[in-house]
Write a protein that binds this ligand. Structure first.
Ligand code: GDP
Ligand code: ZN
Length: 312
């Protein structure tokens, strides 16, 4: 029989069968000794095969289908082990606010490239649009232009004023979505606006290097009544950051990548080189200045200041 792991407690897994029924499963011993680097052999989102026990009350997982992607968190100790948080994610929903709290472009861009490296497409949601007046409105319009130009889908909503929340709902429908963004941007408010029965504890997912406190909570997939799942990751404040090779970084900025083949040098890093098509595109406005700044900052290995990453 087949199903999806929707919750893990470390030794038991709750598997959702296609008919919606849930069954507690254990893992067949063999997987434990396979020398996997990950501390957990099975993660939320995994597609598994299982057999029913004699009494048909519980199941035994016998195999795991290959994962289309997964997100990891580094282990607490230095054993180089990783912990797989969740797998088979269709999209990450990055919720952004321009104020209360401010989400910096540096944070957004690091999130985008890290998700891209994990093979997870990102949709950008600007929340709290009821506050977009005056300068904030201008700032929003500039930002939205930059990300649309970069090829990202953007949606503008207000959770509390229920503006455009239907579009947010449509985005989640029939997909498995990771909900991300700083604490306070309205993740819970947005989910509750479209699915009041779900009382999410959505902790922040940042991509920080912060040596935050790791709690041993497990991710959980919540089913949406209109189809689809959202992944809740309580207590997880950090995704394993990817170590990018310098020449690779531009590949994860879609609008920068478009230009790199027109550079004079094929190993151009788009900083000091002459006849650089990327720098030309920044000057002509085809690439947003803030995006280029993020690119250079990541290239230089700059860490964002702690404030940029902090929870509030
Ligand atoms: P989370 O930490 O990302 O889950 O954020 P919450 O959902 O807890 O929201 C944080 C605060 O922002 C709460 O006080 C919400 O009422 C407020 N908030 C959420 N959405 C909106 C919005 O669209 N407009 C305004 N003005 N406030 C909002
Ligand atoms: Zn160049």
């Amino acid at each position: 029989m087949e199903g999806i792991v929707v919750k893990s407690t470390g030794s038991w897994y709750i598997v959702r069968q296609e008919n919606g029924k849930r069954i507690d499963c254990k893992l067949k011993g063999i997987y434990r000794i396979k020398g996997l680097k990950a501390t957990n052999p099975i993660a939320v989102g995994d597609h598994v095969d299982f057999v029913l026990s004699e009494k048909e009350k519980t199941g035994m997982i016998t195999s795991i289908a290959p994962r289309s992607n997964y997100i990891i968190r580094r282990s607490i100790n230095l054993s180089k082990q990783t912990h797989i948080i969740a797998s088979n994610i269709d999209q990450a929903i990055l919720i952004v606010t321009l104020a209360f709290p401010r989400t910096s472009t540096g944070f957004i861009d690091r999130f985008l490239i890290t998700a891209a490296a994990y093979h997870i497409p990102v949709k950008i949601i600007f929340n709290k649009c009821d506050l977009f007046t005056g300068e904030l409105k201008e700032h929003f319009e500039n930002l939205q232009d930059i990300y649309i130009q970069a090829g990202y889908d953007c949606i503008v909503v207000s959770a509390t004023k229920k503006i455009n929340t239907e579009a947010f709902k449509n985005l989640l429908k029939d997909k498995t979505s990771l909900i991300s963004g700083h604490s306070g941007v309205g993740k819970s408010a947005l989910i509750n606006a479209i699915e009041p029965s779900l009382n999410l504890k959505t902790a922040e997912i940042s991509l920080a290097h912060l040596k935050g406190i790791h709690t041993t909570t497990f991710a959980e997939m919540h089913e949406l009544s209109f189809g689809g799942f959202v992944i809740d990751t309580p207590g997880i404040k950090e995704l394993g950051l990817i170590d990018f090779k310098k020449e690779e970084i531009s590949h994860f900025f879609p609008e920068i990548f478009k230009h790199i083949h027109q550079c004079k040098f094929n190993n151009c890093l788009h900083t000091h080189e002459v006849q650089c098509a990327v720098k030309r595109a920044v000057e002509s406005g085809e690439i947003g200045q803030s995006r280029y700044n993020s690119y250079v900052s990541i290239l230089n290995g700059d860490d964002l200041g702690v404030e940029e990453w902090e929870l509030k």
